[in-house]
Design a protein around this ligand. Sequence first.
Ligand code: F6P
Length: 365
Amino acid sequence: MRIGILTSGGDAPGMNAAIRAATIVAVALGHEPVGIRNGYRGLISGELMPLDPAQVGDALRRGGTILQSARCPEFHEPEARRAARAVLAHAGIDGLIVIGGNGSLTGALHLSDPAEAGDWPVRVIGIPASIDNDIALTSLSIGVDTAMNTIVEACDKIADTASAHGRVFLVEVMGRDCGYLAMTSAIAAGADMVLSPEADRTEGELVDSVVDAVRAVRARGGSQRVMAITAEGIETPTARLKELVDARLASVTGQPQPDIETRVTVLGHVVRGGQPSAFDRLLGSRMGNVAVRSLVDGAHRQMVAWQPPVDAVAGVGERSSHDPYCHLMPLDVVLEATRQLLDGESPLARWRATIFDDLQDVFLL
Ligand code: F6P
């Protein structure tokens, strides 16, 4: 086979490990890996490059993606996909590995639609990679572990200066509409509060939560610093939340200014960069391995999933015969489950909401 490999959407640390593993395994099995630069945009315009094991050797140490990435909204149009298929046919690429998040996997589903396929058959397989961990039917996507470690490291540093001044810090983390990263890193960083979109709080309730956390921390003694992790997906921008919290704290004391200082740190794209953790290198490598071997076995329109939640696998997908921790899940089922997860409709969404609720009070102890 000629196996095309592309990375698409927001980059995630560990993508390079997946590219490297897919390249090496493809060559080891006697197939030819072909890199596609700049995601779907590069696929449409035919930006192909050869890939060989020597070239990808050290890539797994690096963040970002050696193939570059791009967001490509035009791929929603059949015309763009027709152009992409023509490139694949011209290059003789009959297998494609798409490494990316929700939007990228949706592109993979449309590209592999039998109704659009024409006369050049390409088998397509997806690898979930997104720091947001917002893709259903895989317990983790590539990049989540590194992002969480980056947030925790930053919070440890912020905690030092916050403690020195007894300040309140609102630390905003990425995650788009999903609060997974905010919640898990809040636990791991020992934060006093987490504000996530899943909890579905009004602006007033968000302010209440932070003010309650300030009161609880002050009441329990010890360190007077307060750390609240805010997910970027909550309705109220963090800068506005600070203003509202300041105003509330001032009104409580009856002073024009609160006697407690608040600060905002937006971690932004820092969370997406950096050397991948050992776990993300391993996850990327294992998924890259499974993706190639499954393509060669004949898999099509599937996503490689890492230990899917137990109740999700009943009757859906199958365990990989190449790695007992990986499953192959039909892409269409994954994307429908992802929609339900983000809309708060799926069992996993309900689990997450329950855990978010339960933890609010525990954080304050
Ligand atoms: O999906 C990954 C992600 O980093 C989100 O957490 C964030 O909302 C978004 O991408 C940022 O996208 P961009 O880099 O295009 O601004």
